[in-house]
Write a protein that binds this ligand. Structure first.
Ligand code: SF4
Ligand code: SF4
Length: 376
């Protein structure tokens, strides 16, 4: 198998799941700003864009067509998207969804194509319905250049899927320094499993859904002590990129400032020094003392909640209290999260959300705690 790492000039990928929008409306992608961000990213020699069928209420792939595909020659960028396997009811759906994606993106082929959000059950189901065979056929037909999958489960499950599917050319994993040793996410174990199989890794959520970009107290002091000019996010992204078998780190970039920050240290990437690695280990120690909820805002739990509780927004509000205390601003975060939606105390404990959560969070208990925090 040719080394696909050689296709990538740089280790930073443009995640298209949190694009700039107008008026706070996730459907209203701001093309002008997105185009400007793409131009800046491309001018600096970066080339990889990662979208997916459901991003931005299914508007991301079309925005990529308008702002990237229709403005740049096809050989100037690498485009990745993902099969929404949960929408497949029968084998014919793979072809139908794939064609919708080619049309939305306006391309003949995808450079990197992933089966989206594999876990133990989804992998079995995808096998049974012929999803793995379908992507291989698309590769043979030249409509996909490289096949892989994104993954949310334990290292054992990853090992099993890679054993059954040696055709896999890359995997996309959740890796960040906070979750490196976590038993829920198993960043280290999953990474080492990929290494064992000789499969290169694309990292998603390197900043843990933005969590590692906003630190206070001792963790903040430690990182500022290393370099007062560097953003907190820069350490998280460089940490993931410093892993040898990581070929790319995705960052979901939402505005030009974030893009400028990410590209500044990833343009001529320097791996973390020994001193920086030690400081990050100390940061993890300190962070573990803070009892925040480890929600990555993937939003997989939101749709199925019968009480319409926007769980990640509610948890974000709770976490802001853990970090900054209960004040007008943090209370405002909660009020916004529950405006026109369910409140934490509305939870009927049906448990539907917990089955969707890649972080395996005890959502029901945590909502009870959140309700107590904001009561009165
Ligand atoms: S357990 Fe609560 S939060 Fe979860 S889906 Fe049911 S009502 Fe919604
Ligand atoms: S599924 Fe879990 S991690 Fe994802 S938004 Fe919901 S609570 Fe957070």
């Amino acid at each position: 198998m040719a080394d696909i790492k050689n296709e990538l000039t740089k280790k930073l990928g443009f995640g298209c799941m949190r694009l700039p929008v107008t008026g706070g409306d996730t459907n209203a992608i701001d093309d002008t700003q997105f185009c400007a961000m793409i131009d800046s990213y491309m001018e600096q020699g970066f080339q990889y864009f990662d979208t997916a069928y459901p991003y931005h209420n299914e508007k991301s792939e079309e925005a990529v067509r308008r702002c990237l595909v229709e403005r740049y020659d096809r050989d100037k960028f690498l485009l990745a998207t993902k099969m929404p396997v949960w929408m497949v009811k029968e084998t014919a759906d793979y072809e139908r969804l794939f064609e919708v994606q080619r049309k939305r993106c306006g391309v003949e082929y995808f450079d990197f194509y992933l089966l989206h959000a594999m876990n133990k059950d989804r992998a079995r189901e995808t096998e049974e319905k012929g999803g793995f065979a379908f992507v291989q056929r698309m590769k043979e037909e030249g409509k996909i250049r490289h096949i892989g999958f994104s993954f949310h489960d334990t290292a054992d499950v990853l090992d099993d899927i890679l054993n059954r599917h040696p055709e896999t050319e890359f995997v996309q994993l959740q890796i960040n320094y906070y979750d490196w040793e976590s038993e829920n996410i198993q960043s280290r174990k999953c990474y080492e499993t990929a290494v064992k199989h000789g499969v290169p890794v694309i990292v998603m959520e390197p900043v843990k859904g933005g969590t590692l970009a906003n630190m206070v107290g001792e963790p903040a002091n430690i990182l500022k002590g290393l370099n007062p000019e560097a953003s907190f996010a820069s350490f998280a992204i460089r940490y993931a990129a410093s892993l040898e078998n990581v070929m790319l780190v995705l960052s979901g970039m939402s505005d030009e400032a974030q893009l400028a920050d990410n590209t500044s240290y990833m343009k001529d990437f320097v791996p973390l020094s020994e001193q920086e690695q030690q400081a990050i280990a100390k940061v993890v120690e300190e962070l573990e003392k803070l009892p925040t909820i480890a929600c990555t805002t993937c939003r997989y739990c939101v749709e199925g909640c019968p009480k319409k509780i926007v769980i990640p927004d509610v948890f974000h509000a709770y976490n802001s209290v853990v970090q900054f205390g209960l004040n007008d601003i943090t209370r405002g975060n909660y009020n916004r999260a529950v405006a026109n939606n369910g409140r934490a105390e509305d939870c009927i404990k049906c448990g539907k959300c917990e089955g969707q959560c890649p972080q395996h969070l005890p959502i029901r208990d945590l909502l009870e705690k959140t309700a107590e925090t904001f009561a009165g």
